[in-house]
Design a protein around this ligand. Structure first.
Ligand SMILES: Cc1ncc(COP(=O)(O)O)c(C=O)c1O
Length: 452
């Protein structure tokens, strides 16, 4: 381990060269817009750094800078990077072929496992990404209720398909006093906006009013049960139950998008923690410890609309043996080893430690969320909905991000992306991280104008 013991001068020469090369043939040089570190680009560093490899809780860029990783690929890596038992099982499975596009026993095994662990799961269909899973869940809800509209919440992200790309990370100056659907992408047909209602997270009255007014056309309410794409904003006490009751009363399908929370918050996800069972739930990320796998799980009656001449669902790579093997192995490790206990213990110490460092220096900072996924925000009030992020000093966070990189700790550049903890994070990582946070304060509070 060669983590720095003092702030290092970051060398990004190879990342820079690769970024320039990428720009030639890849729009903006990245394969996902979110990978462009826009806040720091190009003031402090390249707009995107290139990774060489990752192992356990650490990640190395192509310039051989090593970091303790709290991005964990936006959350999937629950056990650790290149986790040997998962990789060994996958290597073995690959000797039997990568894709059959025919049924195989692994999908039954995984469906059985998920039905044991997840409260709402009576039936499961598999896919490859969170985007596919939420797209399918919404289609199922529409077919089941024979209604067309959906309701989502400001700041909640459900993937990159047209129906959910509204009011995700809306620039604050575009927000109207009452929540409106605001496109998060060019190229979405304007007619789609008519099918989407948007409300503010934790707004009991707002959502109830919208449901009362629109229930005859409302097929689904979709939400992240713990908001994890606008930092980490838990549901207010009773809010999930309120949504459950509204959905029951008005024949609306309640969809929990557990792509980030599933198998991470507990074995059964946020629905288990909050004891509110949705009709459908979507999974990806921690399900496969980094292998591309996703699932739509739900009650048998709701899932029952899927099938030929009914709701279309499929895909060449759905339920391929590689992803299924990764998922089965990951879930079995989660069940049989103290993964969640260790993650919780580590994450709690980290949250408390970060909070203490800032408190001791009289810096207003809220450390918010759960030990498994949380974020620190420079503000003196807790954040309960997307709009509250306007009060957060995200500039300061961006400078912190860079100062943490200099000290061998990687968090996302975007304050609205959580920090994630995995089973491989070790006491030495914790000690290093808390040193880095404390040591970074002085440098982070002085704005930088060029690469150091
Ligand atoms: C809650 C949630 N849903 C859906 C998605 C989309 O998943 P994917 O990127 O696998 O398409 C994400 C991605 O971050 C997510 O956080």
């Amino acid at each position: 381990m060669v983590l720095p013991v003092r702030a290092r001068k970051l060398d990004f020469d190879r990342s820079y060269a690769l970024y320039q090369r990428a720009l030639e043939h890849i729009p903006f040089g990245v394969s996902s817009n979110a990978r462009l570190w826009r806040t720091v680009c190009p003031t402090y560093m390249p707009c995107s750094i290139f990774i060489d490899h990752a192992r356990g809780s650490h990640i190395w860029d192509v310039d051989n800078n090593e970091y303790v990783d709290y991005r964990l690929g936006y959350g999937p890596v629950i056990l650790g990077h290149a986790y040997k038992p998962v990789n060994d099982a996958v290597m073995k499975a690959s000797l039997r072929g990568e894709v059959y596009a025919l049924a195989n026993e692994l999908e039954i095994t995984l469906a059985e496992l998920m039905c044991k662990l997840v409260p709402c799961a009576e039936q499961v269909r598999f896919a490859n990404s969170g985007t596919e899973a939420t797209m399918t869940a919404i289609r199922i809800a529409r077919a089941f209720t024979k209604k067309d509209k959906i309701l989502k919440f400001e700041g909640h992200y459900h993937g990159a398909h047209d129906y959910v790309l509204f009011s995700t990370d809306t620039p604050f100056e575009k927000l109207q006093p009452t929540a409106q659907p605001i496109e998060a992408s060019d190229g979405i047909p304007s007619s789609i906006r008519e099918l989407v209602l948007v409300e503010r997270w934790n707004d009991f009255v707002g959502v109830e009013t919208a449901v009362r007014e629109h229930h005859k056309e409302l097929a689904a309410i979709i939400l992240e049960p713990i908001m994890g794409n606008a930092a980490v904003i838990p549901p207010a006490a009773g809010f999930l139950k309120h949504l459950r009751e509204l959905c029951d009363k008005y024949n609306i399908v309640l969809i929990f998008d557990e792509v980030k929370t599933g198998f991470r918050i507990t074995h059964g996800g946020a629905q288990q923690l909050f004891k509110v069972t949705p009709d459908l739930a979507t999974y990806s990320k921690s399900l496969g410890n980094g292998y591309p796998v996703a699932a739509i799980a739900g009650k048998a009656d709701t899932m029952g609309v899927v099938g030929p001449m009914k709701v279309a669902h499929g895909g060449t790579y759905s339920a391929n043996p590689i992803s299924l093997t990764a998922a089965i192995t990951t879930l079995n490790i989660l069940r049989k080893h103290p993964v969640h206990d260790r993650i919780k213990a580590y994450g709690s110490k980290l949250m408390k430690g970060i909070g203490r460092v800032f408190k001791d220096r009289d810096i207003s900072c809220e450390v918010q969320g759960f030990p498994q996924m949380f974020q620190f925000m420079f503000t003196d009030e807790s954040v309960t909905e997307y709009r509250d992020l306007q009060r957060v000093d995200q500039e300061l966070y961006a400078r912190f991000h860079y100062e943490l990189l200099r000290r061998g700790v990687m968090v996302d550049e975007d304050n609205e992306e959580p920090m994630f903890v995995c089973y491989s994070h070790a006491p030495a990582d914790l000690k290093h991280t808390l040193w880095a946070v404390e040591d970074a304060i002085e440098d982070a509070t002085v704005p930088r104008t060029s690469i150091v």
